[in-house]
Ligand binder design. Structure first.
Ligand code: NAD
Length: 497
């Protein structure tokens, strides 16, 4: 359904929306062994979108069995890299071809702006699948320099069965960040999407089979974290878990591994990124534009969100004024409406959590903008963008990851102080630096505890560069060729001559 000028008629498509809602194992749909379901609710209006099969331990067992069988018989794991490329390129094409449906799914299920899911999440996901497809038949092994009496090769082998457990903020993209390199490397996968937004992963699995992925190589088990997620973590026959989510649950996965088979655990966890603006910045408008993008993209539900803004005292008032103008211009509303520039939070629970932080912020800092729940009459989970200034380091809104559209601003006097304040966090996912002084940019970037430092921009991200954190933001990297490290093991073969 497309209207001539404005693209798809999203509201009409939403009326006709019929998502997949069962567990996907061995290339086919099934109900949960328990027969139970859980409701996935749209934060757009609080309505139940679908009753989805509630996968738990028995379903994870079935998915892991199917993945293991597929791995062992080599239908995918021992196929030629060029064959894997062909299938994954076709999957990238199918993601694009079914883009409107996938974009609508994440907009309804996760409350993301359809204007963004259709132009960022869906094309970005297709591009990532394509990139790993194209990479996989260009990677060579090594011959070690052991001398003339032996031949020693070092090759990369797939690990086996990979469990992928992902969050709700970018449901399709997070699935693809894990699946694309894991599948390209020849692994089988058991994927558990977040219970808040399980629907696009189910459709993705179906598209993968349509693209030619053999049955059993990709299995998707929707369900609750404490049930299906924990079962993946504790499973004795899953070789590795790639997890994106909160630091708290990331730590649980480490214990699950210790209590079961010592599986490899790769963690992409929380963040509280600092955005540091120095006094020498000429283009303060650009800094203001991107500071707003940095804390409001995806309604602030981004692990690398620039949730702390540190501004040199001499430019503080000027930047805050520019920023508040832009924040005031935001239109919070229906994620399907063309006029909306910010959608709801993912759930009523997340809205309550953010409101808790707004309350503590009111006590501990100065509220400069926002704070309210919006559009309560719709039944949706809408939060006004919120800015606190004069925020002390001791405040919860400064220290803790809120995962909502809340910015904490503080002033600094010296470069030394800026670095100290930025690094005073248990997290180390990303940071941004604004300066027109190249030497300072280089010096400060080197001193910030972060997996990615963006200079004169925010949230620099591309499939070609690794993404991940230090400290309690996790370890291991998504994206780039480095992501393949976590989905392969090195095999040394020594032939005595
Ligand atoms: P979450 O940790 O609650 O859930 C993530 C996943 O873990 C979900 O699939 C969930 O079902 C599962 N899970 C929850 N409890 C579990 C348990 N006890 N055992 C096993 N699995 C369990 O996170 P969320 O609320 O979905 O997402 C928000 C968090 O994710 C934030 O902390 C954010 O920073 C983080 N995140 C990080 C990145 C990154 O790349 N570093 C990206 C996106 C989100």
């Amino acid at each position: 359904m497309t209207s001539p000028d404005s693209g798809p008629d999203w509201a009409a498509l939403a009326e006709a929306f019929t998502p997949r809602r069962r567990i996907f194992v061995d290339g086919d749909w099934r109900d949960a062994v328990s027969g139970e379901t859980f409701a996935t609710v749209s934060p757009r209006d609080g309505r139940v979108l679908a009753e989805v099969a509630r996968g738990a331990a028995a379903d994870v067992d079935a998915a892991a069995d199917s993945a293991r069988r597929a791995f062992e018989d080599g239908r995918w794991s021992r196929s030629a890299p060029a064959e894997r490329k062909r299938v994954l390129l076709r999957l990238a094409e199918l993601i694009e071809r079914n883009g409107a449906e996938l974009a609508l799914t994440d907009a309804l299920d996760g409350g993301k702006l359809v204007a963004e899911t259709s132009t960022v999440d869906v094309p970005g996901s297709a591009a990532i699948v394509q990139w790993y497809a194209e990479a996989i038949d260009k990677l060579y092994g090594e011959v070690a320099p052991v001398g003339p009496s032996a031949l020693a090769t070092v090759t990369r082998e797939p690990l086996g069965v990979v469990g992928a457990v992902i969050p709700w903020n970018y449901p399709l993209e997070m699935a693809v960040w894990k699946l694309a390199p894991a599948l390209a490397a020849g692994n089988s996968v058991v994927l558990k999407p977040a219970e808040e937004s399980p629907l696009s992963a189910l459709r993705l699995a179906e598209l993968a089979v349509e693209a030619g992925l053999p049955d059993g190589v990709l299995n998707v088990v929707p369900g609750l974290g404490v049930e299906a997620g924990q079962a993946i973590g504790l499973h004795p026959d899953i070789d590795a878990v790639a997890f994106t989510g909160s630091t708290e649950v990331g730590k649980l996965f480490q214990t699950y591994a210790g209590r079961s088979n010592m599986k490899q655990v790769w963690l992409e966890c929380g963040g509280k990124s600092a955005n540091v603006v120095f006094d020498d910045v000429e283009d303060l408008d650009a800094a203001a534009d991107l500071a707003v993008f940095g804390f409001l993209a995806c309604s602030g539900q981004v692990c690398s969100a620039n949730a702390r803004l540190l501004v040199h005292r001499s430019r503080h008032d000027e930047l805050v004024a520019l920023l508040l103008d832009r924040v005031a211009a935001k239109v919070v509303g229906d994620p399907l409406a063309a006029a909306s520039t910010m959608g709801p939070l993912v759930s009523a629970k997340q809205l309550d959590r953010v409101q808790g932080y707004v309350e503590s912020g009111r006590r501990e800092a100065t509220l400069a903008f926002g704070g309210a729940r919006l559009h309560t009459e719709t039944g949706g989970s809408y939060q006004e963008p919120t800015v606190f200034v004069d925020v002390p380091q001791s405040a919860a809104v400064w220290r803790e990851e809120i995962f909502g559209p809340v910015l904490a601003v503080a002033a600094f006097d010296t470069e030394e102080e800026a670095v100290r304040l930025a690094n005073a966090s248990p997290y180390g996912l990303a940071a941004s630096v604004w300066t027109d002084d190249l030497r300072r940019a280089h010096r400060v970037a080197g001193r910030l505890d972060a997996g990615t430092v963006s200079v004169n921009t925010v949230d620099a991200l591309d499939v070609t560069v690794p993404f991940g954190g230090v400290k309690q933001s996790g370890y291991g990297r998504d994206l780039s060729l480095h992501a393949l490290d976590k989905f392969t093991s090195l095999k040394t073969t020594w032939i005595q001559l």
